[in-house]
Write a protein that binds this ligand. Structure first.
Ligand SMILES: Cc1cc2nc3c(=O)[nH]c(=O)nc-3n(C[C@H](O)[C@H](O)[C@H](O)COP(=O)(O)O)c2cc1C
Length: 157
């Protein structure tokens, strides 16, 4: 068991690949944040204002339920938290995750994949629901990742 955790949500597999690469490079434990109700292609249609993702992302109080148990966070000092960028920030389920566990005193480094947008104000958006942790924007991990640069980022974090 490592004292570093890579936790991620991925709706269509891109962030999952980045998270796997990071966990391997950092010799970290890996945890997938799974929604109780999986997202369908229709749910992910950002061109439809009535799709599930649009409705959730337009509602600051939306907290999509998680499937399964949270990992035991006791031993982790640093958590790398990954997700796809949705509407320039983190999907609402990331807030569900942060509110479900005790992250006080933890360092949380964010990473994401996207169609091109950066992390923007995501650190601030998430800090407000998890005031006890220190949340910082980290890296956009679009495309294939170099193991050495992931490992050195993990070391520096
Ligand atoms: C609802 C929704 C909103 C999105 N919003 C953005 C966005 O604001 N900026 C961007 O660059 N990409 C956006 N994307 C694209 C995803 O961030 C990108 O495809 C990501 O790599 C998907 O990761 P995943 O396969 O792990 O779910 C959006 C995708 C969806 C489904």
């Amino acid at each position: 068991m490592s004292n570093i955790l890579v936790a991620y949500f991925s709706a269509s597999g891109v962030t999952a690949r980045a998270a796997n690469a990071l966990a391997e490079a950092a010799d970290a434990d890996l945890y997938e944040i799974l929604p109780a109700v999986p997202y369908t292609d229709a749910d992910l249609d950002w061109t439809n204002k009535k799709s599930r993702s649009s409705v959730e992302m337009n509602d600051p109080t939306a907290r999509p339920a998680l499937a399964g148990e949270l990992p035991d966070l006791t031993w982790y000092d640093t958590i790398f938290l990954g997700f796809p960028i949705w509407w320039y920030t983190a999907p609402s389920i990331i807030k569900t995750f942060l509110e479900a566990g005790d992250f006080s005193g933890k360092k949380i480094a964010l990473f994401a994949t996207s169609g091109g947008s950066g992390l923007g104000h995501t650190d601030r958006d998430l800090q407000s629901v998890c005031p006890g942790a220190v949340i910082q924007n980290g890296k956009l991990l679009n495309g294939s990742q170099d193991v050495e640069s992931l490992a050195s980022w993990a070391k520096r974090t």
